[in-house]
Design a protein around this ligand. Structure first.
Ligand code: ARG
Length: 452
């Protein structure tokens, strides 16, 4: 591609070191769409005849089909997807193929391709996240009323329901989608026409190119457009946060599926056995999801590090943006698919949940609130109940069977009612709190919002 200036072949090792075709072939549909839009603008500018444009378009579509069907042979001497496609086109149609690169550089080409790849990935992932939310929602619907302990510090805290717990993840995922929308808005601007760094002396209609490619506008500074990878960092951050959410859910499920908790059972199809211990049924999908989060975080740090010290504009370091990008997109895609299936097949053991939530200590706060209603300042109420808990502990008596009047005469005979789990949960009726009525209302709201 640059034979004019050079007297020696590129060394084999340099080719192996510098090639990106082994991974950037993934950009091919976007590279071809970009080239067709670029060629159309050349035709409108009188640089290509109608016939030449038609040859280019047909040739590129043929190449697209060859790549899609696996019949295309990529060559590492041609470094990357851009040169592989351009060379194949010229082999196919001759002179018009050699005109395609007029007023274009691989620098604005790759920036365009990666933006299009990110946009397509964002759209696919958006749908996958919605599908995952629906799987969680269906379980939340079925178990809106399944009472279970809620935890802080992994110590039993207060009663919630399984539905409330699962809807917490639906909320997180909705924020992930909002970040996707926001990221999409910022990245959907067309850099094509920025050339190597300073545009071109040949003016093509950038707005028409942008429109054909579905962009919302064109970039307004050619140097920024070439050097900018903010959108990748932003996208990888969004995927890292999403991965973090999946990882936290994984950890909850790993606990829930242990003999110690027993709140949920994953299907045989979504667990694995042990080669040694015959009794084992392991939550590997959850563990892998938790483990793969490290890669998602690492990929974000890789791209941030690659761009931080680069002088304007293009530097070859920027080629290092692609493997982290593809890895994060492919990792999270599979994670969403497998987790959606696994959640749909999961069984909630309602009786075990209920049993664990029947610990009267979960209502110690309710007992303090009872005193507050009688006019006792909360700090004093907290201390009185704390003493009651210690006494229950010392005498090995459940809190709800203790003679509370021995601790304070503020405790009346009606304290027994405090330990009714149903009414304790029903009392948590403020917006956002887990009364069964609230959870059912939230389930209905999400059904409308997600079109479930
Ligand atoms: N494969 C290259 C990349 O991904 C394309 C741009 C090459 N530009 C250049 N000036 N060498 O960054």
């Amino acid at each position: 591609m640059w034979k004019g200036r050079f007297q020696q072949q590129t060394a084999d090792l340099v080719q192996r070191y510098g090639e990106s075709i082994s991974y950037d072939w993934r950009l091919y549909p976007h590279d071809i769409a970009g080239s067709i839009a670029h060629a159309r603008a050349q035709m409108k500018a009188g640089l290509l005849s109608d016939k030449e444009f038609a040859q280019i378009e047909t040739g590129l579509r043929e190449i697209e089909m060859e790549i899609a069907s696996g019949d295309f042979e990529f060559s590492i001497e041609l470094e990357d997807i851009h040169m592989n496609i351009e060379a194949a086109l010229t082999r196919k149609i001759g002179a018009p193929g050699a005109k395609l690169h007029t007023a274009r550089s691989r620098n604005d080409q790759v920036a365009t391709d990666t933006r299009l790849y990110c946009r397509a990935s964002l759209d696919t992932l958006f749908t996958l996240v919605t599908g995952f939310q629906k799987a969680l929602l269906a379980q939340a619907d079925a178990h809106a009323d399944a009472i279970v302990p809620g935890y802080t510090h992994l110590q039993r805290g207060q009663p919630v329901t399984v539905g409330h717990h699962l809807l917490a993840y639906v909320e997180m995922l909705e924020r992930d989608k909002a970040r996707f929308r926001d990221c999409r808005k910022r990245l959907n601007i067309c850099p094509l026409g920025s050339g190597a760094l300073a545009g071109s002396t040949i003016n093509l209609d950038r707005h028409a190119i942008a429109q054909e490619l579905g962009f919302d506008g064109v970039t307004t500074n050619s140097m920024d457009a070439i050097a900018d990878r903010d959108y990748l960092a932003e996208f990888l951050f969004d995927l890292a946060v999403l991965g973090g959410h999946l990882s936290r859910l994984s950890e909850d499920l790993i606990l829930w599926c242990s003999a110690e908790f027993g709140f949920a059972t994953l299907s045989d199809a979504h667990t694995t056995g042990s080669s040694l211990m015959p009794q084992k049924k392991n939550p590997d999908v959850c563990e892998l999801t938790r483990g793969k989060t490290g890669r998602l975080f690492g990929n974000l740090v890789a791209i941030l590090t690659a761009i931080k010290g680069l002088p304007l504009t293009y530097n070859r370091d920027l080629q290092e943006d692609k493997e982290p990008l593809f890895d994060s997109v492919e990792t999270i895609t599979l994670a969403l698919e497998v987790n959606t299936e696994m959640i749909s097949a999961m069984v909630i053991n309602r009786e075990t949940c209920r049993q664990a939530a029947s610990d009267p200590l979960l209502l110690a706060t309710d007992l303090a609130d009872y005193l507050v209603r009688k006019g006792v300042p909360f700090r004093d109420a907290h201390e009185l109940v704390g003493r009651a808990v210690a006494a229950a502990d010392d005498s090995n008596t459940p809190l709800d069977q203790l003679d509370l009047s021995a601790i304070s005469d503020e405790f009346g005979p009606d304290t027994k009612e405090i330990f009714n789990l149903e009414s304790a949960l029903a009392a948590r009726s403020n917006p956002g709190a887990p009364s069964i009525e609230n959870v059912r209302r939230e389930v209905e709201r999400w059904k409308v919002q997600l079109g479930a």
